[in-house]
Design a protein around this ligand. Structure first.
Ligand SMILES: [Zn+2]
Length: 411
């Protein structure tokens, strides 16, 4: 379908513009585009952004908080332990149904690209991956979904996981996951990373690992991941999530690792919600926050993104699948409050994420894929501050979600 979005505010344009869409791609952006017989949507002066990304979402575990006991200690190890009970009995249909419930909310909030982490290991086998592959098929008309084969219990310490990861990518997972910091020793963490690269190389896949997600200043998996990325020539094809230990590294070591990350073109995904809740549980005061050094990374030219991670599960009891909420959280946590920093925050859920996922036809220029979100806000600041309704969500030139709610103060 072809359409025109009128009266839009678009980043990089001083004046209000119209956006013309031919079938599934943008064919013109400019003021007062001529009338045509295409269907029209009035953005009413609202901001139009390219579709949002969530590059790190454990959709297989989402909403387990509705049926499982709470995480009493609030720590990652307890979250892993209590989830295992449930994982033994996963049914792919049930996983898909739960994931789709959360994903639909994310789509209504303007997300058109998700990277979903599926636990793969000897406890749950391939059942979570099969569930998320089902969700990918069922939501294909609404969004792009990549499924990550993610070894939640480790690879070396979970003997059999390496073979299951191979099987998961054979069955259709798109990305090789990893959790090297969770191995027992540094040498096994390096072995873990080596195994992930071997699978990625055999299948020509990108990699997305959860790295140094600990308060331990001596956690060394990001350093080795960057080194391995350089040695394997996987530049620009690797994302490292969390990297909270970076906050505890000494400054000299942090500068060296950030330099390696920049050289290897590794993207860093900062998942602020969960790190604020799970990190530093055993600290007295002052408590660390377990957040990667965002400003130092950006200053060194590292691609930084932010993602939702968890939605109402044993790791994190809240979570609205909304990239604007993530943007607000990272703006606070990384102290990104100046006008140019607010632009950087919006980049994290849009253009920087597209770069991480190597999506080429992304953006708001002629030729780009027509995945768009019309936000009920006039400025980026207002979008992050109010996280207002997404008035329209467009996927491949077709309106797929619309906000109908109005709210008013009565006299
Ligand atoms: Zn995660």
């Amino acid at each position: 379908m072809s359409l025109v979005i009128r009266n839009a505010r678009v980043r990089g344009h001083q004046q209000i513009v119209d956006i013309s869409i031919d079938t599934d791609h943008i064919d013109a952006v400019g003021a007062n585009l001529p009338k045509s017989d295409r269907r029209e949507i009035d953005a009413a002066g609202g901001l139009v952004l390219p579709g949002f990304f969530n590059l790190h979402f454990h959709a297989d575990k989402c909403l387990l908080g509705e049926i499982m006991r709470p995480n009493v200690s609030g720590t990652l190890p307890e979250a892993i332990e209590i989830t295992n009970h449930h994982k033994r009995n996963y049914d792919p249909e049930e996983v898909a149904a739960r994931a789709i419930r959360a994903l639909k909310v994310g789509i209504q909030n303007g997300t058109t690209f998700f990277r979903l982490f599926a636990d793969v290991g000897t406890i749950g086998g391939l059942r979570a991956a099969r569930g998320l592959i089902l969700a990918r098929e069922r939501l294909a008309r609404y969004c792009t979904i990549q499924v990550v084969a993610f070894p939640q219990e480790g690879i070396v310490r979970d003997q059999g996981a390496a073979e299951l990861l191979e099987e998961a990518v054979r069955e259709g997972c798109d990305i090789v996951g990893g959790l090297p910091w969770y191995e027992y020793t540094d040498s096994e963490a390096r072995q873990h990373i080596d195994i992930c690269f071997a699978i990625a190389r055999r299948r020509d896949l990108d990699i997305h690992m959860l790295v140094d997600d600990t308060d331990d200043a001596n956690s060394r998996s990001l350093e080795y991941l960057a080194l391995k990325t350089m040695r394997e020539g996987w530049h620009g094809r690797v994302t490292a999530s969390h990297c909270g230990a970076m906050a505890a590294y000494n400054d000299v070591y942090a500068a060296k690792v950030i330099d390696m990350v920049a050289t290897a073109q590794v993207t860093i995904s900062v998942n602020a919600h969960i790190n604020l809740v799970c990190s530093a549980r055993i600290d007295r005061e002052p408590k660390r926050r377990g957040i990667a050094r965002v400003k130092e990374l950006i200053a060194r030219g590292v691609n930084v993104v932010t993602s939702q991670d968890d939605v109402h599960d044993p790791y994190y009891p809240f979570g609205k699948p909304d990239p604007l909420e993530c943007a607000s959280m990272i703006a606070h946590v990384a102290q990104l409050t100046l006008p140019h920093e607010i632009e950087q925050v919006v980049d994290m859920i849009t253009t920087s994420s597209a770069r991480a996922a190597r999506v080429r036809d992304y953006g708001l220029a002629p030729g780009c894929r027509a995945d768009l979100v019309v936000v009920g806000a006039a400025t980026l600041n207002e979008a992050i501050r109010l996280q207002p309704l997404r008035r329209h969500v467009i996927r491949d030139g077709r309106e797929i979600a619309r906000a109908m709610v109005t709210q008013e103060l009565l006299s």
